[in-house]
Design a binder for this molecule. Structure first.
Ligand code: SF4
Length: 292
């Protein structure tokens, strides 16, 4: 049996950058905090916790006055920066440059077109989405699915953006729908402007993942359940290879899955560490007592 780890899987550069900052700033004698989980992967989170990184919530901020805190790759709304400064907290800002550009773009468009609608396609309550809404002083609307796009009132011009890790196909479907609706109502596309803001790292991964899954007999996809990107990429695995399994850690592997299988592929989300995929590869080898 051949087991291959997808060479394009693993942390994207935004997550890598935030994790490097955490590793650099943690030490055994002082604690460093992160607002929310630095990465949507509980195994990696645990590793960083052992180095001295602690995830905190907004409610915890008054209790950690004067400390150092990482803003993770998802970014934060402007109010968070004010809150941190008011509590004398040193900010290590690891907002991903792709997210930062998107925040700036939304802010600029909002300030220039205050009476227009800003719609964000993304997961309601997700940190990145909250950071984007913050650029519009809370005025942007969030839609999480195509079915919600159908209810958009087109009488006011619409500026449509996407969370960087949203589902590419669904965003395209929403774009086409709104463009067609604009044409049906107004005879032109003047009332709708769509920004292509899904992260290039995520978009590039789609055809690569499809190609990877197609040449495997079975695919093990590793991610946490709460990773938006993980969910989206797993759908691609399933679509390309029916024998795709979603797992979060090695003990979820099932020996029976591998009966009669020659080629096994292991892939993961942009929040899945390479060491975890390697661990899963070793676990499969142990499970099936493959000699290296
Ligand atoms: S997926 Fe893209 S936008 Fe999100 S953290 Fe990674 S590089 Fe940045």
């Amino acid at each position: 049996m051949k087991i291959e780890i997808d060479k394009y899987a693993g942390f994207c550069f935004g997550v890598t950058k935030a994790i490097k900052a955490a590793e650099k700033n943690t030490s055994s004698d002082s604690k460093i905090y992160c607002l929310g989980k630095i990465v949507h992967n509980s195994m990696e989170e645990k590793r960083l916790q052992e180095l001295g990184l602690e995830a905190v919530s907004y409610e915890d901020i008054p209790g950690i006055k004067g400390s150092k805190l990482i803003i993770r790759a998802h970014g934060e709304p402007p109010e968070t920066y004010k809150l941190l400064k008011a509590n004398d907290i040193e900010i290590i800002d690891e907002t991903c440059p792709v997210v930062l550009n998107l925040q700036k773009k939304i802010r600029k468009i909002y300030l220039e077109n205050k009476s227009f609608q800003i719609i964000i396609f993304g997961k309601k309550g997700h940190a990145e989405v909250n950071g984007l809404i913050g650029q519009t002083d809370g005025n942007a609307k969030v839609i999480s699915s195509f079915s919600e796009a159908v209810n958009i009132d087109m009488s006011e011009p619409v500026f449509l953006f996407s969370q960087t890790t949203s589902n590419f196909d669904e965003y395209k479907k929403i774009e086409n729908y709104l463009m067609n609706r604009s044409f049906e109502i107004f005879g032109n596309y003047d009332n709708i402007k769509v920004y292509h803001t899904i992260c290039p790292s995520v978009i590039k991964r789609i055809p690569r993942l499809e190609e990877f899954c197609l040449r495997q007999d079975l695919v093990i996809f590793v991610s946490d359940f709460n990773s938006s990107n993980g969910k989206m990429l797993y759908e691609i695995c399933k679509r390309s290879n029916d024998k795709s399994y979603f797992i979060t850690q090695p003990d979820e592997l099932n020996k029976d899955w591998f009966n009669g299988i020659e080629n096994v592929g292991i892939s993961g989300a942009t929040s899945t560490p390479l060491w975890l995929m390697e661990k899963i590869k070793n676990e499969i080898e142990k499970l099936l007592t493959i000699k290296k």
